[in-house]
Design a protein around this ligand. Structure first.
Ligand code: SF4
Length: 358
């Protein structure tokens, strides 16, 4: 966790949970897993013996091992951190884990929401690949009540029941300073996760399409059902229940085994957002950038290159049979050199916050 971040769309990261397990193709080269030995290599944990070994040695219930990435752990001692940061920040919650992982207890998630309710001066950006649990938790999880403390003193009563979590300061619901989002990487993960997100109460709903691994059509998620039915928002009092995306973030993969992103996939999402007036944020090209747009410096920086199919396949261009219509030439210039300009522009848009009912 850090009150500074190199992630382009946030100011700080806050990790009250660490560790995770992979659940989709976007997880394949997980950044958090790559960084794990650096930050957690010296932690040791007791884990139960399993399978044949457990049967052979029943007298040894646990073994002490270096903590693996898959060992999800909650850190109550980190809960107060945002309360200590006085300057308002955009805070990415759990940049190296998933708050809605099945190993995180409901009570701990409620405490995280309690802190977010207490720290109204910050904006919290929650991102998950487990939106079904997020929706169920925020809509119909069992009652929980507890105090958020700061320097050992209670500062906020966080509770949930009848589908709400609020602080004792009447912060309103959904919490206006919490943006809930899902990570998606292709059309199938988008169609699986976005509808669940849209069923979740949130002041702002967003997607992070990173690493973008295929073309995604999100047009139907950029228009609320109220828009579609041409209803009057004010008459329905429906601003906060507007069931559409409010923000789209896109990025390519970085790291040693990064998969290239077809430039047309990015342009398509940008154009869909522009057509519906939805804020669009282009985070990065990642390892690969469009060869056609490369400057001399970027060409010099490139270690290699190749061609990406619209379907996501990649080839080096040495075999004429490998070419398909729509292939794009990409250069492996590296994340830093590839940068984050799309057609000569930096696209750094952010959502406005809808007025919410209290
Ligand atoms: S959900 Fe996120 S943190 Fe967890 S394995 Fe996948 S990419 Fe990594």
């Amino acid at each position: 966790m850090s009150d500074k971040s190199r992630i382009e769309w946030c100011d700080a990261t806050w990790n009250p949970v660490t560790g995770c397990t992979k659940i989709s193709p976007g997880c394949k080269h997980c950044y958090a897993e790559r960084q794990w030995p650096r930050f957690h290599g010296r932690e040791w944990v007791d884990v139960p013996l399993k399978g044949q070994i457990a049967e052979t040695y029943p007298e040894i219930p646990t073994v002490n091992i270096p903590r693996p990435f898959t060992h999800v752990m909650c850190h109550p001692d980190r809960l107060e951190q945002p309360l200590r940061w006085k300057r308002p920040r955009k805070i990415f919650v759990n940049s190296i884990s998933d708050l809605f992982h099945e190993d995180v207890p409901d009570e701990f998630i409620a405490r995280v929401f309690g802190v977010m309710a207490a720290a109204q001066h910050h904006t919290f950006q929650v991102l998950t690949k487990r939106p079904e649990r997020m929706r169920n938790f925020l809509v119909n999880c069992a009652w929980w009540e507890g105090w958020v403390t700061h320097n050992g003193s209670p500062v906020e009563k966080a509770y949930r029941g009848n589908g709400i979590i609020v602080g004792s300061r009447q912060t309103g619901w959904p919490l206006p300073n919490v943006w809930l989002g899902v990570s998606v990487e292709d059309q199938s993960t988008a169609d699986e996760r976005i509808p669940l997100l849209l069923q979740t109460p949130a002041a702002v709903r967003w997607i992070s399409a990173e690493p973008l691994l295929g073309e995604i059509n999100v047009d139907r998620y950029l228009l609320s059902s109220y828009d579609k039915a041409a209803h009057d928002y004010q008459m329905l009092g429906a601003e906060c229940r507007s069931d559409k995306l409010d923000w789209v973030v896109v990025g390519g993969e970085s790291g040693p085994r990064a998969r290239p992103m077809h430039p047309a996939w990015v342009r398509s999402l940008r154009d869909q957002c522009e057509a519906r007036g939805i804020p669009f944020h282009f985070k990065q090209w990642g390892e690969y950038m469009p060869g056609l747009d490369a400057s001399n410096e970027q060409i010099d920086a490139a270690r290699t290159g190749g061609w990406v199919h619209q379907s996501g396949g990649f080839h080096d261009g040495n075999n004429a049979d490998a070419f398909q219509g729509g292939d794009a030439h990409v250069l492996r210039a590296g994340k830093k050199s590839a940068g984050r300009q799309l057609d000569g522009q930096l696209l750094d848009e952010y959502p406005g916050v809808r007025p919410c009912a209290t």
